[in-house]
Write a protein that binds this ligand. Sequence first.
Ligand code: CA
Length: 538
Amino acid sequence: MFRKWLVAVLPLIVACSEHGSEVVADTEPPRPNIVFIMADDHAYQAISAYGSELIETPNIDRIAAEGLRFDQAFVGNSICSPSRATLLTGKFSHANGLRNNIHVFDGSQPTLQRLMREAGYETAIIGKWHLKSEPTDFDYWDVLPDQGEYYNPDFVSRDGTRRVEGYVTDITTDLAIDWLEQRDDVGKPFLLFYHHKAPHREWWPPLDSADEFLGEALPEPGSLFDDYAGRGRAAREAEMRISDHMGLTNDNKITPENAAALGHVPFMAWYDDAYRRQFDEYMNETQRAAFDALYGPINADFIDRDLRGEDLTRWKYQRYMQDYLATIRSVDNNIGRLLSWLETSGQLDNTVIVYTSDQGFYLGEHGWFDKRFMYEESFRTPLLIRWPGVVEAGAERNAIVQNIDFAPTILDIAGADVPAAMHGKSLAPLFSADDADFRDAAYYHYYEYPGIHAVKRHYGVRTQRYKLMHFYHDVDEWELYDLQTDPSEMRNVYADPAYTGVRDQMTALLADVQARYGDSLQLAREFLEADLAELPSQ
Ligand code: CA
């Protein structure tokens, strides 16, 4: 596949080369660098290139305007660690061994970064890692332990653990730029995973720009007060509703003392501890003062109004969005910094830029925050790719793609072979044209139950029009959605006689897709038995 790039890139490289065109013309031109930017929990609904009504993200939008926007990119398992394991292996969770946020990633298996090193690339990961085991096969790594912290976070590298003063999104970018500047082996192209913690819960904002959204009335989604009628137990019993399960303290930044004084009891006892830990242990005095200046008036107003019921839910939604969007403002600004550095150093156009998230997120749809479900908002993820001269600029793609495709695509860009054991395939054919037949269906399987947020185990398939899901373990429920007539997934038509034919087709397709990838309900039950022995019970 690499030969294909040469035709498109060659004139550019000849024009830019400082070493004379003879060398370039007689040998293969340098392969592009790759900066893979992964945010954590960044919903496509909060990117203006995807039509967000909540925020303008000019730097992320630049990647879309000068590259491709994928409108049907899906993850195979919508939580942090499994998504990252899929990025590094090109495989679904059942095959790479990381099905939940609890298990430890086995770095001895074949990984993308190892194959890229073998292909002659320098490899680095900076920022969020969240795979518990030590990073393997990276020439350089400097990562947050576990989820990491927003203020003055610890970073772990080969030299051990150190605390770095500042805000995590700025620091991650500083470290990425430092690494780019100090690269000694400049004869090689590089693959840099530049992975942000933001905008992960609990959305502690950048103190220098948090006020942008404070006091702003952000639009509410139509399903903020969803009653889950017509759907199964899984949606009703999930513990991720803004109304009942979001914390006033850790999530909404009301002090534990103020929340308690109004008689509010946290859904989980650790919520108040999480607030105190961030405020007392990680912030420094200057940060605490800045935080108090911003959130003191919000606390005073909250006490004054003493909201309850739907009014309180609406207020919590606003608070949630204000802080969530502030963390994204910092991500977008910092991506701007990185793009500027690449541009100034003359490397931007020979560097493939990918922007994605480890999954999508609920911004109040169905009354929720968090992810985990195969419903659209968390199943889909943003995906933008910029590579001038190769990737069509300013275009959209409707082909069904998945995060299993990331590793094969990166290998393909590097001109390396894609192992047959990988489940995904290179997105390269979509760089120049859309293809509705690229993939017939996206596959999904979620495992972390019993567990935090109580989202039941389920798997399913999604085609261009329909989605079939099966919830199992302590339920045996099926859901079928017609995304053309019901894009918000408010009406389960599994038992609707008008959809009998569709249901049968989708059931057969699910069996085909599971066979294709080597997954099955029997295997799921084996994993369940093993997991129940070790998952924290609830
Ligand atoms: Ca995540």
